[in-house]
Each structure stands twice: as C-alpha cells, then as structure tokens.
Design a protein around this ligand. Structure first.
Ligand SMILES: Nc1ncnc2c1ncn2[C@@H]1O[C@H](COP(=O)(O)OP(=O)(O)OP(=O)(O)O)[C@@H](O)[C@H]1O
Ligand SMILES: [Mg+2]
Length: 319
C-alpha cells in the first residue's frame, strides 16, 4: 500500500455507492500478453511466429457479481485468474471490453474504483523489517483508524488467524511464508472493504487457518455487506463458501452457476445417475477443450472420450 493513498481514504469515508447497481460487471473482457521476441526473430518478422507469442490470458469474459455475493473463480494454473483480478483492481488495463465496479469504469474512474476495491494476494507488499503490528498500524492509519482501536483489532484478527502473540512484534522477514500471507489477509479484514478481491488467499495455509479466513469472508458479507470475489484451487472451499462459482479455462469462462447447478449440469452432460463431486465438475469443464468432436465420435460419447483421456493421462504419468 503506497502513501499516495492517504488522500483517497479521507474521501473514501464519504463514498456513496448505488446499492442497486451490480458490484462487479465484466463485459467481453480480454487481455492479451505479448511475449518479447528474440532479436533475430524480430528481424525475420514472421507473422506465424508472432501469433504464437501472444497469450490470451483472459478471453472475452462476461461476468456479473451482485452486491453481497461471494463468487469463486476456479481454474488451473495459468488459466487467467490473477490476470482477471488485476484488471478488476486497475493494475492492468483490459485490451477489450469493459470492467465496472458499482458502475464505475476501471479506466475512466480509476481512482474511484481504487477506493472501492481491496485486493489481497500472496505478492503483497510490506515493510519486511517491521513487525506485523507495525505494518498493520501503518495500513490502519491510511484508513484513518484510531491507533487504540486498530491495535485491538489487529490483535484479534492475527490471533484468530493463529499468529502467536510473541510473533506480532517480531520482524516480518523472520516469519514463514504462510504467516506472512496471514498478515496480508489481516490487512484486508482490518478495514471494511466494499469489494474484496482475494487471489488464492488460503493456498498454502493450514486447515484451521483456512477455515478462519473463510469465517472472516462470511463475516464481512454479513456485517459489512461486502461483495467478495475469491480465486481458489480448493474445491471444498468453493463449495463451502461461494454463492456462485465460475470455472475459467484458457482465459474463457466455461461454466458458471451455483455448485448445485454445475453438478446437475455435469450429471446431465455425462448422463450419470450417481452424484458428481465438485472435483469432477472441475475436471469436466477444464478438459473440455481437449476433447474434440472427433474423440466423441470415436469413443461413442463424451463420457467415454473423457475416460479414454483420463486413462491416457494415467499411462503417461506412469511412464
Ligand atoms: N505480465 C505478464 N506477461 C506475460 N504473460 C503473462 C503475464 N501475466 C500472466 N501472463 C500469462 O497469462 C496467463 C494467465 O496467467 P495468470 O497468472 O492470470 O494465471 P492464474 O490462473 O492466476 O494461474 P495460477 O493458478 O498459477 O495463479 C499465463 O499463460 C501467464 O503466463
Ligand atoms: Mg494466479
């Protein structure tokens, strides 16, 4: 968090949002990264070569999140989750489409959007020589929170996340990765964000801490009417926490709905009569692009083609 946020925050207390508007609205959003080319290739300027070097990290995504919703984004490594979150938090500009937070455009109303959103990721910036308490007091000041109130709140949050009392005053650089991650999470819960973007907040945390983070998320919604977007690789977490989930594969949203709706859809698509798990739902949608019409024809059904694909993968991993 940079010092330049100081002015914003004073204004932030007067922020009035229109609660009838959607909290998050993405329409046809894409982000293309161009990998830098080696000099020789650049001279050759081969068109095909250039095309290969483009990564469509986010590809024509349309998604709406209502106020007070908790929405999970699920996707394999490199599927575009963090890129999506970065666009929502004004860190990246979309190449196409529009991104709005309570009606404010991330490009045109950048400063306003920055006041409304709060992003937590493992790459959080902290003063590593300072302790969790010092770092969090600094953050609280940016939000004009009185010192005594902040101190008490910081102790409660860090305690709930399982940071031992004697570590609260020790330099951050001596803490484990998981502990540092908890401090980043604590910062988001210290103030009451309007739209909270959590990029894999619980990855690498122990089970008790995971549950505590999930409780905080629920509390923020219940007590402060927060809207939360969370990315996760943990299907149990998605199931326990999210009102809706969206599955992203190669930058595209391939399915969205409640956990029940998605399970039902997969049962219908695979003609299964026994219940499916969220893991199976995830597998179904994230390999969808690997199973072609030709495969379905060859194996007789989507399910059989999927089984063949899985068997082939198992064979490969055994070799
Ligand atoms: N700054 C960048 N420059 C070039 N390519 C990028 C950049 N950031 C992301 N990418 C590429 O975009 C794609 C999506 O990456 P992203 O980090 O959004 O995935 P992710 O779903 O968050 O993955 P993970 O689960 O591993 O965190 C990847 O192919 C990645 O290599
Ligand atoms: Mg990521």
């Amino acid at each position: 968090m940079a010092i330049e946020h100081l002015e914003d925050v004073k204004i932030a207390q007067d922020i009035v949002i229109d609660p009838s508007k959607d909290a998050v609205e993405l329409v046809g959003v894409s982000k293309i990264f161009k990998k830098s080319k080696p000099l020789l290739k650049r001279l050759l300027k081969r068109k095909q070569e250039n095309e290969k070097r483009e990564v469509r990290a986010v590809d024509d995504v349309t998604l709406t999140i209502r106020r007070r919703e908790i929405v999970g984004i699920l996707g394999a490594n490199g599927s575009g989750k963090s890129t999506l979150v970065r666009m929502l938090s004004t860190l990246l500009i979309p190449d196409t489409g529009s991104v709005r937070i309570f009606g404010y455009d991330v490009e045109k109303d950048e400063r306003m959007v920055q006041r409304l959103i709060n992003r937590v990721s493992v790459e959080a910036s902290f003063f590593k020589k300072l302790s969790p308490m010092e770092n969090l007091i600094y953050a609280a000041r940016l939000y004009n929170m009185p010192g005594a109130v902040a101190r008490a709140k910081i102790r409660t949050i860090l305690g709930r996340l399982g940071i031992p009392k004697d570590r609260i005053g020790q330099p951050l650089e001596h803490m484990s990765r998981g502990m540092q991650q908890k401090v980043a999470i604590a910062r988001a819960f210290l103030t009451s964000p309007i739209v909270l973007l959590l990029d894999e907040p619980t990855t690498g945390l122990d089970p008790r801490s995971k549950i505590e983070v999930q409780n905080f998320v629920r509390e923020l919604r219940e007590v402060h009417d927060a809207t939360i977007l969370i990315t996760t690789h943990d299907m149990d977490e998605a199931e326990a926490l999210c009102d809706r989930v969206a599955i992203i594969d190669q930058g595209k949203i391939v399915a969205q709905g409640t956990v029940e709706e998605l399970k039902q859809a997969v049962m219908e698509r695979t003609e299964r009569i026994t219940p499916v798990t969220m893991n199976e739902v995830f597998m179904h949608y994230t390999v969808a692009h690997l199973i072609t019409d030709a495969d379905i024809e060859r194996y007789g059904s989507w399910e059989k083609a999927f089984e063949a694909y899985e068997a082939q993968k198992e064979d490969e991993s055994e070799q």
